[in-house]
Design a protein around this ligand. Structure first.
Ligand SMILES: C[S@@+](CC[C@H](N)C(=O)[O-])C[C@H]1O[C@@H](n2cnc3c(N)ncnc32)[C@H](O)[C@@H]1O
Length: 282
């Protein structure tokens, strides 16, 4: 059957795509196969119209000239930020019912717990973690409990930090949950929900590229890195998970996305099933 070719308003050649693809892989780890060419065009076309008078040549030149604003714009356009509160709920049940009770005993000397949401997108994942921590440690004020939330995309980090969500983003939560964890906006903020301050205060947001240096201390008791490495090649995944292992305490937990696996990627973690892994004893 004859293939359909999509009509483009602006000239977008294989050479443009190759340049953009090479930059994206080098800077984010995300590998863009040929089939993503139209997706890349679609995500960039508004920017090309507004900032480059419709010229991908001009955009590629800016990328070559290390124009930081243009490079950020490209990274932000390509990353996929889909997320939700309590997405893959079984991980949060595991956190509440197994991990936190275990840590209460394991860390009883230090009374310190560190959890990293690596690739946190707009914040729903780290806030879901913080809500579990808040509920669990509410009557244990002497515990030092913190969540690090990081992402490469500056826009989503800013959104996460604001802790403000539109009604559609919280529609999966019950009225009771909304009341317990959110403040409702009034007046010009009508229809908006903001995470309550004691929950917000458990999280530090940071812009961080997982491929670069990590100015983070750890050791972490749990790392959530879910639906992030799905577009990375195996070699990049291997390096990343080995670096995670270095930042984790012995027998700490690693939670990955539903379509991800450490099979043939890392042997430093024990698979416990349902995309839950445990760092082997060092
Ligand atoms: C689909 S979202 C996943 C959000 C959340 N973890 C979840 O599962 O709901 C993937 C996130 O990974 C981030 N990301 C992709 N490559 C990254 C990298 N090299 N360093 C840090 N974050 C990255 C993207 O910006 C995006 O926000």
């Amino acid at each position: 059957m004859e293939a359909f070719s999509v009509e483009h308003e602006f000239d977008f050649t294989d050479k443009h795509f190759a340049k953009i693809r090479a930059f994206v892989t080098a800077h984010t780890g995300i590998v863009l196969p040929d089939t993503k060419k139209d997706m890349v065009y679609g995500r960039l076309s508004k920017h090309i119209r507004q900032r480059h008078q419709g010229s991908f040549d001009s955009f590629c030149e800016a990328i070559d000239n290390a124009d930081a604003e243009e490079q950020d714009c490209l990274i932000n356009a390509i990353t996929t930020n889909l997320t939700a509160f309590f997405r893959e709920k079984h991980h949060f049940d595991f956190l509440k019912n197994t991990v936190l009770p275990e840590l209460l005993i394991k860390n009883k000397q230090t009374k310190r717990i560190r959890i990293w949401s690596a690739g946190c997108s707009t914040g729903e994942e780290p806030y879901s973690i913080a809500i579990c921590l808040y509920d669990f440690f509410r009557d244990k004020p002497d515990w030092d409990v913190k969540v690090l939330a990081s992402d490469l995309d500056a826009n989503v980090v800013k959104q996460g930090e604001s802790a403000v969500y539109e009604a559609i983003r919280v529609k999966s939560l019950s009225e009771n949950e909304l009341k317990s964890w959110f403040e409702r906006g009034t007046g010009k903020n009508d229809g908006l929900y903001r995470i309550k301050s004691p929950i917000r205060s458990l999280i530090t947001f940071k812009r961080l590229n997982l491929l670069h240096e990590w100015p983070v201390s750890g050791p972490f008791d749990v790392i959530f890195c879910r639906n992030v490495v799905i577009y990375f090649d195996k070699a990049t995944q291997s390096v990343l998970f080995s670096r995670f292992a270095e930042k984790m305490s012995s027998k700490a937990y690693l939670l990955i996305g539903h379509s991800e696996s450490l099979f043939n990627v890392s042997d430093q973690f024990e698979p416990l099933g349902h995309t839950v892994y445990q760092r082997k004893e060092s």
